[in-house]
Design a protein around this ligand. Structure first.
Ligand SMILES: NC(=O)c1ccc[n+]([C@@H]2O[C@H](COP(=O)([O-])OP(=O)(O)OC[C@H]3O[C@@H](n4cnc5c(N)ncnc54)[C@H](O)[C@@H]3O)[C@@H](O)[C@H]2O)c1
Length: 442
């Protein structure tokens, strides 16, 4: 099919968008294209997710029930584990995980497995786009060879290839996928034209760049920028505390400057599937060009040390009440890595669990978004733990409460009434009436 014909199909909303990986990125993307009246077909190896889409059962809390019920009843949306149906799609967007392995190096197995599966069914004229975050060079040096080898087709001649990073910010009420400009780099002019035309149907703006590796670098740059700035305010937090200065007050005042300053917020450490991981994709790749990534490593060191800092502050806080951490009951509030989402991947709260337990403390948690802990690769020992109930009798029974994640629908005023000692890593108790020494910032 000619490029003109494909563009015409996009214009007429006949162009079927295939999405591989229906997690935090793939599901909202599916919704966004569906909302733009494009036919969509989603693929996942996880039968449970596919069943949820079919039955309209939410599996990502912040996305809400309405989205799932619309998708499940639509005749323009389908989800399946049958990858042979990829031939039906005009485009195939890969939204699969890109974690780090045990040596903190890129673990590309989900991406390569998905590319291998695509290569078995790839047909002429299809557009394959990688959306997963990755190091510069992945699309052209890793994906294209797999696709060409398995299919016998030639990229740029028989099929199109592009890279477009996902900038989803789960739980952000101001920006959903449709409202976030989409950077697109492609393998050749035609692929760029086609990919931009497809995204233009559903997304506020497309930002074309020269090639795939530039687009890959854009995404890493954004997340490296965040990691480094978070490390900076975390370091300032520790220094200012030693000087008797409240970092939150400093940052609030500094952010009144209308130019040249951007506010980042300190916390108990990094979490989620992006910021603690993505910068190290560049660290790994930069070795090839013999450049150390010193900023990235330093930020990693500072951010990784934050849970230990929180533990030290908790020890000091208990000490003021003549108590030891050993034998104390500690309640951690917030298991997800950021407010108002149910994503607990890489959450610093798990690190705090580990640290507190290693010091002999009894740990419990409260999180309305994560009522029960599922099996995770990094922390299998916490699987099955359940959130405690939110009431005075339960909460007042703990020696100390540590606020790790500040979900907005938690009643911090009640916490102030129920707990004698609160270690606040998120400034959640700011402005609430509390007793002298009751709240310790960390
Ligand atoms: N979560 C975020 O906020 C966010 C934001 C921007 C970018 N990203 C990037 O997007 C990518 C996906 O992240 P996510 O958070 O959506 O991950 P996720 O774990 O929520 O979802 C990934 C999905 O892919 C599925 N999957 C795994 N292997 C597969 C295969 N071979 N074929 C089909 N499906 C397969 C999994 O079952 C899962 O449902 C990552 O590269 C991540 O770094 C994530």
């Amino acid at each position: 099919m000619s490029l003109e014909k494909q563009l015409e199909r996009i214009e007429k909303r006949e162009y079927k968008v295939g999405i591989l990986g229906l997690g935090y990125v793939g599901l909202p993307l599916m919704w966004t294209f569906h909302d733009a009246n494009m036919p969509v077909i989603g693929f996942d190896v996880d039968q449970e997710k596919v069943d949820c889409i079919k039955s309209g059962t939410p599996y990502i809390k912040h996305l809400g029930e309405e989205m799932m019920s619309v998708l499940s009843s639509s005749d323009k949306c389908e989800a399946t584990t049958d990858f042979s149906r990829m031939t039906e799609a005009d485009s195939l967007l890969m939204c699969v995980p890109t974690p780090l392995d045990h040596h903190r190096e890129p673990d590309m197995k989900y991406v390569t497995q998905t590319a291998e599966t695509i290569s078995k069914y790839l047909r002429e004229g299809q557009l394959v786009i990688l959306e997963s975050t990755t190091y510069p060079g992945t699309t052209e040096d890793l994906i294209i060879p797999i696709l060409e080898k398995g299919s016998g087709l030639k990229a740029g001649e028989d099929f199109y290839v592009a890279y477009s990073p996902e900038r989803e910010d789960p739980g952000n009420p101001d920006f959903n996928t449709a409202k976030i400009p989409k950077v697109v780099g492609a393998h050749g002019e035609d692929a760029l034209k086609l990919a931009c035309a497809m995204y233009d149907t559903a997304i506020v703006q497309t930002v074309p760049v020269s090639d795939c590796k530039t687009a890959e670098a854009v995404k890493l740059t954004e997340n490296i920028f965040r990691s480094i700035n978070i490390a900076l305010v975390n370091e300032l937090k520790v220094i200012y505390h030693a000087m008797g200065i409240d970092v939150h007050e400093v940052l609030d005042a500094a952010s009144t400057k209308p130019f040249g300053f951007m506010k980042f917020t300190p916390g108990p450490g990094l979490g989620g599937h992006c910021i603690p991981i993505d910068p190290f994709y560049l660290t790994w790749k930069a070795r090839e060009v013999e450049h150390p990534t010193r900023f990235i490593e330093l930020a990693g060191e500072i951010n990784t040390d934050m849970p230990r800092y929180v533990m030290r502050r908790t020890l000091e806080a208990l000490n003021t009440q003549k108590k030891a951490l050993n034998g104390s009951n500690v309640l951690l509030i917030g298991l997800s890595y950021k407010p108002d989402v149910d994503d607990d991947r890489e959450s610093p709260t798990y690190k705090l669990f580990e640290l507190f337990r290693s010091m002999g403390a009894e740990i419990s948690y409260y999180d309305p978004y994560v009522p029960k802990i599922k099996e995770t690769r990094e922390y299998p020992q916490f699987a099955g733990m359940q959130s405690v109930d939110w009431n005075e009798e339960t909460v007042s029974g703990f020696d100390v409460v540590v606020i790790s994640t500040n979900h907005t629908d938690i009643e911090y005023g009640e916490l102030a009434k129920w707990s004698d000692l609160i270690v606040d890593t998120r400034n959640a108790m700011n402005g609430l009436p509390v007793k002298e020494g009751q709240v310790v910032k960390a």
